[in-house]
Structure formats: C-alpha cells, structure tokens
Design a protein around this ligand. Structure first.
Ligand SMILES: *[C@@H]1O[C@H](CO)[C@@H](O)[C@H](O)[C@H]1NC(C)=O
Ligand SMILES: *[C@@H]1O[C@H](CO)[C@@H](O)[C@H](O)[C@H]1NC(C)=O
Ligand SMILES: *[C@@H]1O[C@H](CO)[C@@H](O)[C@H](O)[C@H]1NC(C)=O
Length: 630
C-alpha cells in the first residue's frame, strides 16, 4: 500500500501538469468486447492480415457489440529465421529504446509513423484499436543503452547533470519469467524510469491507441509499482485508453483488489487454450471473483472486469508458434457453448481469438448469440448457484473414470545441479530405423507406467580436453500433435497455460543453446546453455474437476437466467427447485406456476415452470434457461 500512495502522490504533484481529459465517457462501462490476434496468429500477424480481420469485425461483429481490435504480442519483432517468442536481437526499436512495429510486417509504420495509419483505418471503420505491450523495457534497448526521451522537452532525459540511459533503469534481475530474453522491469522509483514509461504511453496515445494490454505484470508476474505508475500516466493523458492486465496465473481476489481500481480488466487465470482442462479451470476462480464482488467494480476512470481470456474458437494456431492459423479448435460444440455461457454469465470481457477470414457458421452463431451477449453486457446479480441436484446416466462409468485419473501421474521436468546423484537417470534405447530415444528410469511408484522418453534429433559425440569425458550432444524431440517439431527447452520459465506444465518445457525446435543437451556416460543430461541437468519427477495428476455447476443472473427486463454446466464425462440430468432460486434472487417473483421458461441452446420452449427446472445436459455441455415471471 505504501508504494501505491507514494507514486500517486508523486505524479499528481509538482513535476508535470498535463491537461487531463477526465470528463470523457466512463471507461469499460460494460465488459469490453472485441477481437484479438493471438489465438490465430501467435506473434506473426501482418498489417494486411490484421486489417482483413478488422474489416470483418466491422461488417459482421460490430453490430453485436464487438468494438476493440487488438494486435497481440511482438508486433516489433522481425519475422526472419532465428526469431521466435523468446529470441533476442530481432526487434525494431527507435532511438529512445521504444518498440516500433516491424516495417516489413506493418508497412504503414514506415517513416516513424508507428501504428497511427492502422489506428486511423480502424477508427474509420467505427472500431477501437488496441495493442499488446510487455512489462518495462526490452533487453535489446538495455543492451543498446539508448538514451531516454523526456517528453516534456522532446530531448534526452537529464537529471543531476547526467544524461540517463536504458541500462540505468532496466532491472536485469527482474526479467519477465516467461520471456526471459525479451523484457525486464524498469525502476519506477527513478525519475528516468518514470520518464521512459511516460514516453511509451504518450506515444501509444499519439498513435491513436484506444486499448493497451499490459503483459507480464500481473498474476505470478505481479509488478504493482509499474501497474500503479502506468495507470497514473493513463489517467493524465488526453486519451480514453482502456487498460488491461495480463497474465493471471495464480491470481486471487486479494491480489486483484490491489489493481482493480487501477485498470479496466485483468486476467484471473493462465492462458486459455482450446482444451477442456483450460475451460474447467475457470469455474472456481470465476466464482471466487463473483463472491468477492469484483465483477464490474470501480476501475481506471470507469469500471474493471475479471478477464477469463480470449475465446479460442474457430480457425487457430498454437501457443507461441511461428505459424499462422492452420487448424480448427479442439473443443467440441458442447464445450464451445459451455465456454461462451460461462464467459457471458460471469461478465468476462469477450475477445474472440479465431481468424475471422475463415470463420464457420457454427462458431459465428456461438459468439453472436444474442441472449448470451445481452447477459454479458447487461445482467446483474451474477453468481454461482449451489442448490442443484444431478443424476448421472452411467454412474458406474463415472467412478471408473475418476479412479483412472487418480492413478495416473504426469511427468514433470525439472532442472537441477548436475552433481546431485538423482540426476543420473537417463538411458539410451534404440528403436527402429536407427532412431534412438533417451528415457528416464522407471518410476518406482508407478512401474506399470510407460517410461518417459524423448527422441534424439541431431547428435554428435564430443570429448572435453581437460576432463577427457565423452559427451553426446543431442537435441531431444517430443511427440507433437501439430506438424511442428517440439524440442526439450531449458529456458527458465514459460508463460504457462491453465492446464499444462509439461507443455511449457517444449517449444518448436530452434537449434539454440537452450535446446542442446549433453548426455554423459554417468546418465546425466546437461543443458548446453545453463549447464543444469534435467530430471523427471512424477507428480500426481491433479484430478480434473467433475460434477455439475450452476450460475444465475438477472436481466434488465426483469428476466432470470439460470445456467447449468455438466463437467462430468457422461450425460447428466441437472435440476434446481424454483423455491431455491426464489431464495437466491429475492424480489424476482419466482414461484410455482407463475413463470414461463425456455432453453437457449436447444431453442426449446418449456411453458410454465411447476416447481422444478430440470434438463439432461451433455457431457461438458451446458443449458441456459431464460425465466420470465408475470
Ligand atoms: C484532448 O482531446 C480532445 C478530444 O480528442 C481534443 O479536442 C483536445 O484538443 C485535446 N487536448 C489536448 C491538450 O491535446
Ligand atoms: C453460412 O451462413 C451463410 C449466411 O447466413 C449462408 O449463406 C451459408 O449458406 C451458410 N453456410 C453453411 C455451410 O451453412
Ligand atoms: C556426471 O558427469 C558429469 C561430467 O563428467 C559431471 O559434471 C557430473 O557431476 C556427474 N554427475 C554425477 C551425479 O555423477
């Protein structure tokens, strides 16, 4: 709290006296809605691809309240061989160490125009333009030791007779955990650090940016000093920029209370991709934020919203990929509807992630469902409703499934000192056609489990002169569902999704030092870059939540919404008593034989409610009832 007070005081104070536009409309009065490039393009989107998508948003989605179009991360990175999500030295920066759009991917930025031409086009289509930015300052700017722009003078920042440089403000020990080579925090306690951040956000406002997604500052990466300062800068700029925080790994209502008033939306989970586990991991945390009254609470010059992340539906790419959209979502239709229903009834911002040039009618109808969009924007009293009953269709199978889950243990890769004796578990096995694999010793607690193995890619034997030890230099491949080969990667910590930890240890093969491993005769596997050794631990798999859930909300026309969610692996009948609903939503005239109801996804009209609302719900599916009482 001390920090918060300190910097609020400081920047309202003597140093700067900017014209403020605080009379503008309330920011994020409703949960923001739009399109974001990440799920379909990873980082590689071009201006043409972006504007094609923007045009479709304008023609087909704007009338449904989709308003923001957002370029996600690394728009400044050159798309050339060797560049990837955590590469170093491929970014376009200006003389003040600020990121500039890659002029090859973003031709209209040439001549120092940044995103201003793109923003103009977006505005001409009646939409709002957003960009993703990382925490602090880039490693590239620190290495180049660029001067810092003082926007009040239009010249280099000078304090105490000293011209301050990027290396004076970058804090190397606070590199972004999942983009270690890319960005680090800046010292916002120094005048130069403040000047640098101001020079960034003033430029975004000058470009015409309406929305900033600030990444690697929240959740496990919390940087409250930077959030506080940026929020303050945004308050004083003559702009209406909506401020969004990311990611949300391990975020809790207690942590969010420190930022909800400073921003307009903030993520409450890790990245959401198109797996059932990712969807399911949102139920509890979303409930906790609803219970803590965090939905639509006061935010930066307006409101703030817990954010469940983009909708990975339709035509997509893979996390962190160097490839554009090339596959359809892995979620089935029931799971897609469940996601849209939960996101809507918990009033999360809705940002569609699929490539709109290739959207199919089913996806389009899900993301434009008028009832859900109405609920998302205008419902109130949104909360989990506990008094529901359920009957499984095949109870015995459910039991069998859950026992199966408890028994399995997933391998987790770790890195440790090579001198430790527990590192010597790797053995080489040959498979067919000259292919070799390297496997970790059997798991003593789960001997029936197939051992954890990786396939050798390149290999050459080296002999160290001093130690005279043989080592086999290898790259290690894992199986991958996509066509991209993924290699075991020792880069410290990746941005991990809600679901997989294991997945974070593999990345598209790049032949860089973090993916090269030395296999020694004593059975250790040492990383070329860090020198640390890989070990495998078997962690008891966290059981995927099953059971049934329900959420309720009330509409602006007096209607009542009840959503049932079936997290079981079998079809389940879910029911709620009208008397229990009446208790949860007093004043709604809910009573037997006085209300009519219909279900949204089936379109079925049920007529008068007697004393129970009940429906069979498909595995991973949902039912959404609209109840109107006289
Ligand atoms: C602030 O923005 C408004 C509306 O965009 C504009 O009319 C005004 O000139 C701006 N003021 C300054 C000082 O830039
Ligand atoms: C998709 O919707 C469009 C517009 O409503 C329609 O013309 C087209 O036939 C539909 N396609 C399919 C495969 O249903
Ligand atoms: C295995 O061999 C390597 C290379 O000689 C050595 O650095 C490492 O400490 C050894 N580890 C163990 C546990 O013997």
């Amino acid at each position: 709290m001390k920090n918060v007070c300190f910097s609020l005081f400081f920047s309202f104070g003597l140093l700067f006296n900017w014209v403020s536009s605080q009379t503008g409309p309330e920011r994020a009065a409703l949960p923001p809605r739009g399109w974001n490039s990440y799920d379909s393009f990873s980082w590689i989107i071009s201006e043409e691809e972006f504007l094609n998508n923007v045009e479709i948003v304008a023609n087909k989605l704007k009338s449904k309240g989709y308003e923001y179009v957002i370029v996600d991360y690394l728009w400044y990175r050159k798309k050339v061989p060797g560049a990837y999500t955590d590469s170093l030295g491929f970014d376009v920066i200006d003389e003040w160490g600020r990121m500039a759009p890659d002029p090859v991917r973003w031709p209209s930025s040439q001549g120092g125009k940044g995103f201003s031409e793109v923003a103009k086009k977006v505005h001409a289509m009646g939409l709002k333009f957003g960009i993703h930015v990382m925490r602090g300052i880039s490693t590239q700017a620190v290495n180049a030791n660029t001067p810092i722009l003082d926007i009040s003078k239009g010249d280099a920042y000078v304090e105490s007779g000293k011209k301050w440089l990027a290396s004076d403000i970058g804090i190397k020990s606070r590199a972004c955990g999942w983009m270690h080579n890319g960005f680090m925090s800046v010292n916002v306690k120094s005048g130069a650090g403040k000047a640098f951040l101001r020079s960034l956000y003033q430029q975004y406002a000058d470009w015409g940016v309406d929305f900033v997604k600030h990444d690697c500052v929240f959740g496990d990466d919390l940087d409250l000093d930077e959030i506080t300062f940026v929020s303050d800068v945004l308050k004083q700029l003559n702009s209406t920029i909506v401020y969004s925080l990311s990611p949300g790994t391990s975020a809790t209502p207690a942590m969010a209370k420190a930022v909800s008033g400073l921003a307009n939306m903030y993520r409450i989970t890790g990245d959401d991709w198109d797996t059932w586990n990712d969807i399911v991991s949102h139920f509890d945390v979303t409930r906790d934020f609803a219970t803590a009254n965090m939905i639509g609470t006061a935010g930066l010059l307006g409101k703030s919203w817990p954010d469940l992340d983009m909708l990975p539906l339709g035509w997509l790419t893979d996390p962190g990929s160097n490839n554009g959209p090339h596959r359809t979502t892995n979620l089935n239709i029931d799971e897609q509807r469940t996601q849209m229903t939960l996101w809507s009834i918990s009033k999360s911002p809705i940002m569609f992630g699929g490539d709109l040039r290739n959207i199919d009618n089913t996806t389009f109808s899900i993301i434009t469902n008028p009832t859900l969009l109405e609920i998302n924007s205008f419902s109130s009293n949104n909360m989990e409703f506990l008094k529901i009953a359920s009957t499984n269709f095949r109870k015995r199978i459910v039991k069998w499934h859950s026992r199966g889950l408890e028994a399995s243990a997933s391998p987790i890769l770790g890195l440790t000192k090579c001198a430790y004796s527990d590192t010597t578990g790797w053995i080489t096995k040959s498979v067919d056609q000259g292919l070799e694999k390297i496997c970790w010793k059997a798991n003593p607690e789960h001997e029936y489990q197939t051992p954890f193995c990786l396939y050798k890619r390149g290999s050459r034997v080296a002999i160290d002169k001093e130690a005279a030890t043989h080592r086999d230099q290898v790259e290690l491949l894992s199986f991958s569902t996509s066509s991209v080969e993924v290699c075991l990667d020792a880069t410290p910590k990746r941005k991990h999704s809600s679901e997989a930890i294991m997945r974070g240890s593999f990345f598209p093969c790049k032949r860089h030092e973090n993916q090269k491993w030395d296999l020694y005769a004593n059975g250790t596997l040492a990383n070329h870059n860090s020198g640390h050794c890989a070990i495998v631990k078997y962690k008891q798999a966290k059981a995927i939540p099953t059971g049934v859930r329900s959420w309720v909300a009330t509409g602006r026309g007096g209607e009542v919404y009840v959503a049932f969610f079936n997290l079981n692996n079998v079809k389940t009948v879910i029911s709620a008593k009208i008397s229990d609903l009446a208790q949860a939503l007093p004043g709604k005239k809910l009573g037997p034989n006085s209300c009519k109801y219909r279900e949204e996804w089936s379109g079925k009209d049920f007529g008068l409610v007697s004393d129970l609302i009940a429906a069979p719900v498909e595995s991973h599916g949902s039912a959404l009832f609209i109840i109107n009482c006289s």
